[in-house]
Ligand binder design. Structure first.
Ligand code: SF4
Ligand code: SF4
Ligand code: FES
Length: 235
């Protein structure tokens, strides 16, 4: 089969003819690297959909190379909205910066048992492998690199719903600017997630929680001439 790969040196697509069938894209890329073109550069780790390091775009859609089975004529490109370092390797420093802006981690926990039902509420979001596919697909992040973005907001929803977390107010405050209200709810981040996470739904839930805490949509307030006033945040 023929596989075309975007190369960073000249920004052109290079086509390789590979005699392999019913294997993952990562197996084919490894074959190209070891047998045909040692200059091809890409990233991978676990080979089993766990580490999140092998995300690329195939025919314009984000995929994990270790899970995707390619077809003849597929076109492989690096994920979008990140600086290309070389070929299919991109700068994924947004993982740290977006998580830091959103304080998307546990700040203060108390030791207590968590029920199965409580765990189920945060289980899916806990499965994020930081592959950044959702950032690649997000049209808001593509025009505003300050946007906190899908996975960091999903992680905030995960931690504010964890009964062990004692510090939710700072996270909720952190996502009011360049966060939940800037999302257009387009849903592009949902089908690309290899873990079945739906950041759009989590952002909607964070909006509801924000309103219950006294926050309001600054964009709506601006549209109404600053006339919307839900009062001060309630913590
Ligand atoms: S739903 Fe929101 S976070 Fe998801 S891709 Fe669209 S704008 Fe981005
Ligand atoms: S939410 Fe899904 S698509 Fe986004 S980084 Fe996590 S695993 Fe990847
Ligand atoms: S190599 Fe780890 S997710 Fe693909």
């Amino acid at each position: 089969m023929n596989i075309s790969i975007q190369r960073s040196q000249n920004n052109e697509y290079q086509t390789y003819n590979v005699e392999l069938e019913n294997v993952t894209l990562l197996t084919i890329i490894n074959h190209i690297k070891t047998k045909m073109d040692p200059t091809l550069t890409y990233s991978h780790g676990c080979r089993s959909g766990v580490c999140g390091s092998c995300a690329v775009r195939v025919n314009g859609r984000e995929q994990l190379m270790c899970e995707y089975k390619p077809s003849d004529g597929d076109t492989i490109e690096p994920i979008r909205n990140a600086r290309v370092i070389r070929d299919l390797i991109v700068d994924s420093s947004m993982v740290d910066s977006c998580n830091a802006t959103a304080i998307a981690w546990s700040e203060s926990t108390k030791e207590e048992g968590v029920s199965n039902h409580e765990m189920e509420r945060i289980e899916t979001q806990s499965d994020c492998i930081l592959c950044t596919s959702c950032y690649s697909a997000c049209p808001v992040y593509s025009v505003n690199p300050q946007f906190i973005g899908p996975f960091a907001l999903t992680r905030v929803w995960r931690y504010v719903n964890d009964p062990r977390e004692q510090e939710s107010s700072s996270k909720m405050a952190a996502i009011q600017t360049n966060g939940i209200w800037d999302c257009t709810l387009c849903g592009e981040c949902v089908p690309v997630c290899p873990q079945g996470i739906a950041p759009k739904q989590d952002i909607l839930m964070l909006r509801t929680k924000s309103v219950m805490m006294g926050y309001s949509d600054p964009n709506a307030a601006a549209a109404f001439g600053g006339g919307l006033d839900f009062g001060a945040p309630i913590f």
